[in-house]
Write a protein that binds this ligand. Structure first.
Ligand SMILES: C[S@@+](CC[C@H](N)C(=O)[O-])C[C@H]1O[C@@H](n2cnc3c(N)ncnc32)[C@H](O)[C@@H]1O
Length: 310
């Protein structure tokens, strides 16, 4: 239980870092401050790291959106206080169904923030005017937020059914810094379940890589010391082990890039803009961090075959 608390706290960390970078002007997100109060300024390499993560994931989300028609679904696993739903709405996307899952302790806080914030609530696309809240879950139009332990597949299935999941439409799964906290066997069961149920699916996972080298070992020890062991670290040894996780659970294909490559895939004009925001002294450290994080995608069915970051 204590370990789970350490894992849940990683959401506060991620949300604070995102807010810090947004405040500095790295990217726009008018919603993140509705979930996290003011926070101290983070180091430039942290802000840049988050910029690369957010932009890299977004490039791939946009590729998914380009390949689908008018009916599609997004399922964010371990969503924390992510604001993608509202951002897509602002950009004119009408997602058929958007489902967020996280531990009940995290979703209950997110429910609370949404409930008391008119902007967040009013922007949810509610056709029938009905919003249902429980302590940990909310169901409103095309937006569903549900509390569940992703290691418990029976419950995951139940919660998705309550969220009107549609197995027949193209579906994007996102897990941003999540699978690394889940035991290898449980992730294998989750990924296998997804491929057995969703004929057209794409999965975007962002997390650590090269965890077997010296720098990776120091990162692991730091996280352990903060009460947060990486139970799924076996898949984070290389880009090959990252892809292997998808191949071993019957996905049709997979690709993976470290964050150096992801950063280079971001348009030059955007990189130039953010590189002028603040002075970066620790260039070497940023490169090492970039070499120790990656984005891996998996696809099932022909619709998302061979999607590339470039
Ligand atoms: C580092 S945070 C990232 C949050 C969000 N994806 C983001 O990028 O801002 C990891 C999230 O995964 C969630 N998580 C980890 N293991 C989980 C599990 N077994 N079941 C449900 N949620 C889990 C945590 O509670 C936390 O919110």
């Amino acid at each position: 239980m204590e370990v789970d608390e350490g894992v849940q706290a990683t959401n506060d960390d991620a949300s604070e870092c995102k807010r810090s970078a947004v405040q500095m002007g790295y990217w726009e997100d008018k919603y993140i401050s509705m979930f996290v109060r003011g926070t101290e300024r983070k180091a430039p390499e942290i802000n840049r790291g988050y910029f690369a993560r957010i932009r890299g994931v977004r490039i791939l989300i946009d590729k998914f959106l380009k390949r689908v028609g008018s009916e599609y679904q997004i399922i964010n696993l371990g969503a924390g206080f992510d604001t993608l739903y509202w951002q897509l709405k602002d950009h004119g996307y009408k997602v058929t169904n958007f489902i967020e899952l996280d531990f009940p302790t995290v979703t209950s806080r997110k429910c609370y923030y949404i409930k008391r914030n008119k902007t967040l609530l009013n922007e949810i696309y509610i056709e029938d005017g009905e919003v249902r809240f429980s302590a940990t879950d909310m169901h409103a139009g095309n937006y569903h937020l549900v509390g569940v332990d992703l290691r418990n597949l029976v419950e995951v299935e139940q919660k998705l059914a309550q969220s009107e999941v549609n197995l027949d439409i193209p579906t994007l799964f996102i897990a941003e810094c999540v699978l690394v906290y889940i035991e290898t066997g449980a992730t294998h069961r989750l990924l296998s379940w997804i491929t057995s149920k969703f004929p057209n699916a794409m999965f975007i996972s962002y997390e650590q890589v090269n965890m077997g080298d010296k720098f990776g070992t120091v990162m692991l020890n730091n996280l352990r010391a903060r009460g947060c062991p990486l139970a799924g670290v076996d898949a984070c040894l290389s880009l090959e082990t990252q892809k292997g996780r998808f191949f071993e659970s019957n996905w049709d294909g997979a690709a993976a890039w470290n964050m150096v490559d992801v950063y280079n895939a971001i348009p030059v004009s955007e990189r130039q803009r953010i590189e002028q925001i603040e002075f970066l002294d620790e260039h070497e450290l940023l490169m090492q961090l970039f070499q120790h994080y990656c984005i891996c995608i998996g696809w099932k069915g022909d619709l998302f075959r061979d999607i590339d970051i470039t």
